[in-house]
Design a protein around this ligand. Structure first.
Ligand SMILES: [Mg+2]
Length: 221
């Protein structure tokens, strides 16, 4: 881990427990398709589930963003809608990642918050879990007209910006496809947390991280 020079950390499901919000988030997506794309409830739910977007936690879950982009949905419109309907009040602070743990990560290397969520929602979440924005070197949101289906483009942009080689970067998140796969493909390391507080176990084992029952570690090439 001593060669890590940049850490990118996801927000939803990583800083707070995704099970608090997953049903609410799923319903927001369903309602959006009903309200603006003439789906009925059943068709909307089926379309989302077929695209690996579920009202429950699942290892093969994918991002709503990727699916909506593939449907040609206007991302500025969707982001405005999801900001308005985001159920951050449901977050349970006792299960969230602590500011102390985030500080430990920030002591290792510049810590960038990299999220598919909107800037407004980042503020809501950080306020709710009592984490200062100053912990992060930068908050990088994948939103509006610049939105990309995968985080890979943004990861590449950050590597370039911080002048860091892929093998010197670590991506931390809660979903393999979204947070780990693009970084592994670039040649970097990834850490997938089953629960936000699993970060503390990883930090305890940081000199020799071995995948365990609360996190999966994928060392870079
Ligand atoms: Mg996530």
């Amino acid at each position: 881990m001593e060669n890590i020079r940049l850490i990118m950390i996801d927000m939803d499901g990583t800083l707070y427990d995704v099970s608090d919000l997953i049903e609410d988030g799923f319903n927001t997506s369903v309602n959006y398709l009903i309200e603006f794309y003439e789906f009925d409830k059943e068709d909307a739910e089926e379309a989302l589930i077929q695209n690996h977007i579920y009202p429950y936690v699942s290892e093969d879950a994918r991002s709503t963003t990727g699916f909506f982009i593939s449907r040609g949905i206007d991302m500025t419109h969707w982001d405005a809608y999801r900001s308005e309907h985001f159920g951050y009040r449901l977050i349970d602070n006792s299960k969230a990642m602590s500011e102390e743990s985030l500080k430990k990560l920030a002591d290792i290397a510049p810590l960038v918050l990299l999220t598919n969520n909107t800037r407004i929602n980042v503020k809501h979440v950080l306020d709710k879990i009592n984490v200062s924005e100053d912990i992060f070197t930068e908050i990088f949101c994948n939103e509006n007209e610049k939105k990309t289906p995968s985080k890979k483009t943004m990861m590449e942009e950050l590597l370039h910006k911080y002048n860091v080689k892929p093998h010197e970067a670590l991506s931390i998140g809660d979903r393999f496809d979204v947070d780990a796969k693009p970084m592994i493909e670039l040649g970097g390391s990834a850490l997938i947390l089953l629960k936000p507080q699993a970060i503390d176990r990883f930090l305890d084992e940081i000199d020799n991280p071995q995948s365990c029952n609360v996190y999966s570690f994928y060392p870079g090439k």
